[in-house]
Design a binder for this molecule. Structure first.
Ligand SMILES: Nc1ncnc2c1ncn2[C@@H]1O[C@H](COP(=O)(O)OP(=O)(O)OP(=O)(O)O)[C@@H](O)[C@H]1O
Length: 367
């Protein structure tokens, strides 16, 4: 099984930085993500010189993380604040830096007075999770489609900059156009207006941007995309509590956040951190969703609680947060997501479950 982020951080705690203690507590580590055995993070240095001096630390960190059980791949990128000059010959082991995408997405943020509204958009709902892989993007796409089927004007912004999955889940792969070279025309799928950073960059290249670039890209996706008139814009956040979440909560008038978790303890621990982050940033938490809560064998009907049972509802009760519903592990949900037609777009019990959650949000005035 892949290691948890805490286990990765513990390994990084064993990597010494001469004169500065260890890597875990150095403050260099940003955007740590573990997905299907691959560990990715950024070492963000204060200057290009410092970034170059971190190369031996990067190499040692790679060895330490690769030694963890369950790790199949490691990607560590060193970036710097300030104008970085590329070394003339990057080390062979260094992953390539992503070229800034065209259409001017990926720039530093422009100053703004305070949290702003997105023109034409009545409500913005962020869908977040503490841990990766718990089904946050699945929830965002199905919720968007279910709300659109209820007659709402819905937008879906895939802000999961490090792992944009909405193009695949919504079945779109066309590059958005920009007739005037300033605004970006979003795409439409299953009744939803959508935009993803994944549509603007080479899908086979990892996006390697440091904090300010991420913030600038998010700001552009909110303000430069021609969203039109929307009742609700759903924002699929990256997992965790990083720069994108901070930027969205602090710079945008959010209606609130929905937090997705599985009932598993390691997921709940991280979900609590996400809840705590939204509270600290004064973003209302509109509800928790328990995903992968149970598995019913299609052959014998036996029900198993693969990731535990009831943990998310208990957490919601304890924290006084609405519990929006639980969704089982469902083969059709996975297949539909992979095929680009969210299960909420079809018929059957899962589409019904999504309809129920969508109606609850509409009745509550949240969508
Ligand atoms: N209820 C479910 N039943 C079956 N498969 C599911 C369910 N929810 C999500 N999945 C599958 O699990 C995988 C991970 O889901 P998803 O990409 O939505 O998670 P995530 O939390 O957004 O991940 P990431 O952290 O990478 O952004 C996908 O293949 C998805 O189809």
């Amino acid at each position: 099984m892949a290691p948890t982020k805490d286990e990765v951080m513990a390994a990084l705690g064993r990597v010494a930085i001469p004169g500065r203690g260890d890597l875990a507590q150095s403050g260099f580590v940003r955007a740590l993500a573990v997905a299907e055995g691959t560990v990715r993070f950024v070492l963000e240095a204060a200057s290009p010189e410092e970034a170059r001096s971190l190369e031996p630390v990067r190499a040692a960190a790679e060895v330490a993380v690769r030694a963890l059980p369950g790790v199949t791949g490691v990607s560590i990128v060193v970036t710097a604040h300030g104008p970085a000059t590329r070394p003339s010959a990057p080390p062979a082991s260094a992953p390539p830096l992503a070229a800034p995408p065209s259409l001017t997405i990926g720039r530093h943020p422009t100053p703004q007075a305070g949290p702003q509204r997105v023109t034409g958009v009545d409500r913005i709902l962020a869908v977040g999770s503490g841990k990766g892989g718990v089904g946050k993007s699945t929830v965002a796409s199905n919720l968007a489609v279910a709300l659109a089927r209820e007659g709402r004007r819905v937008g879906l912004l895939d802000a999961d900059i490090y792992g944009p999955s909405q193009p695949r889940m919504m079945g779109v792969n066309k590059r958005p156009g920009s007739p005037d070279g300033k605004t970006i025309e979003p795409l439409r799928a299953h009744g939803v207006t959508m935009m993803s950073i994944g549509l603007m960059v080479d899908p086979d290249k990892a996006i390697v941007w440091r904090g300010p670039m991420l913030m600038g890209a998010l700001q552009q996706l909110l303000t430069q995309v021609n969203w039109g008139q929307l009742d609700v814009l759903i924002v699929d956040l990256p997992p965790g509590t990083g720069d994108v979440q901070l930027t969205l909560c602090q710079r945008t008038h959010l209606t609130g956040a929905i937090v997705v978790s599985t009932p598993q303890d390691v997921a709940l621990i991280d979900a609590r951190k996400a809840i705590d982050m939204f509270r600290t940033l004064h973003t209302p938490i509109l509800g928790l969703i328990e995903n992968m809560s149970t598995f019913v064998c299609p052959n014998c009907g036996h029900e198993s609680h693969v990731f535990g049972h009831g943990g998310v509802e208990a957490e919601a009760l304890k924290d006084g947060i609405p519990f929006l519903g639980r969704l089982p592990i469902d083969l059709q949900t996975r297949i539909s997501g992979d095929e680009g037609v969210p299960v909420a777009a079809g018929d059957g019990s899962m589409a019904e479950a999504w309809r129920g959650i969508a109606q609850r949000l509409i009745q509550g005035g949240m969508a």
